[in-house]
Design a protein around this ligand. Structure first.
Ligand SMILES: Cc1cc2nc3c(=O)[nH]c(=O)nc-3n(C[C@H](O)[C@H](O)[C@H](O)COP(=O)(O)OP(=O)(O)OC[C@H]3O[C@@H](n4cnc5c(N)ncnc54)[C@H](O)[C@@H]3O)c2cc1C
Length: 227
């Protein structure tokens, strides 16, 4: 059972619009916080009526950074917590709770992300870059349109041809089209790439899991988290 921790109040330092619906939020780092690349934390807004509405978000910063950072997709149509984040400004406060999460780097592999499911991989690739061990890791990033791709330049610089974009709602030169399927995965899976890292919305996760099974990938090779 997770033990209860009193959430820590932190002040927001900046809020940036990364795409039409994704915010980049930087906040003061809570004293003594420990987390690994790929881990998430329960976050709520310290504002009347919202302090109990915690949602999980993944650190895109690294533990040793001076601040904590999140990239958050907002869903105004849910009328939930992420809609409230749209009005968040520098100086507002967040409540940071329990750190948790199933995604951790185990070795070279194919990373498959859908939309905001890229966030654990942002932190993992930052830490690989820092350790100079990006190696032959591949990233397949699924989005609806080009405009939805977050941190595109950063991943292009880091991964070159090992960064593959697939768009479901736009045809564009140099981009794969449709949904992630076994043919696409097989195209980039090479001998020596032992692991498959998977993060995205549940319907995408279900499809990709069955495609990986068709390719003969064993459950112990798959590291995953549903958003
Ligand atoms: C471990 C973990 C880490 C995560 N990290 C990140 C991250 O770094 N960045 C990020 O952007 N997201 C992340 N997520 C996802 C994020 O937590 C959710 O998107 C967020 O909780 C949604 O909050 P909300 O208040 O907008 O919606 P909620 O009101 O909490 O709605 C939750 C769910 O209810 C359903 N729902 C509710 N209302 C509607 C509606 N009107 N129409 C359709 N469906 C609806 C949807 O299935 C939705 O996903 C993470 C999730 C997990 C589990």
């Amino acid at each position: 059972m997770p033990h209860y921790i009193e959430p820590t109040k932190v002040s927001v330092k900046s809020v940036e619009q990364l795409t039409q619906d994704v915010l980049g939020i930087v906040a003061v780092k809570p004293d003594g916080i420990r987390y690994l690349p790929g881990q998430a934390v329960d976050v709520s807004i310290n504002k009347e009526g919202w302090t109990e509405e915690a949602r999980p978000f993944t650190f895109v910063s690294l533990e040793e950074d001076d601040t904590i950072e999140f990239n958050i997709k907002t869903y105004p149509e849910h009328h939930g917590m992420t809609e409230q984040l749209i009005t968040l400004r520098a100086g507002d406060e967040l409540l940071i709770g329990e750190v948790f999460g199933d995604i951790q780097y185990k070795g070279e592999g194919v990373f498959i992300a859908g939309g905001a499911g890229i966030t654990p991989f942002i932190a993992i690739f930052k830490s690989l870059k820092k350790e100079d061990s990006v190696g032959n890791n591949k990233l397949i990033f699924a989005n609806k349109t080009k405009a939805d791709i977050i941190r595109k330049d950063e991943f292009e610089r880091l991964l070159g041809d090992n960064f593959v974009n697939i768009l479901s709602a736009e045809l564009a030169e140099g981009y794969e089209h449709g949904y992630v399927n076994q043919d696409l995965i097989a195209k980039y899976a090479e001998p020596g790439l032992q692991y498959y890292y998977l993060c995205g919305p549940d319907p995408m996760m279900d499809t990709v899991m069955s495609e990986l099974k068709n390719l003969g990938v064993k459950p112990e090779q798959i590291i995953r988290e549903g958003f």
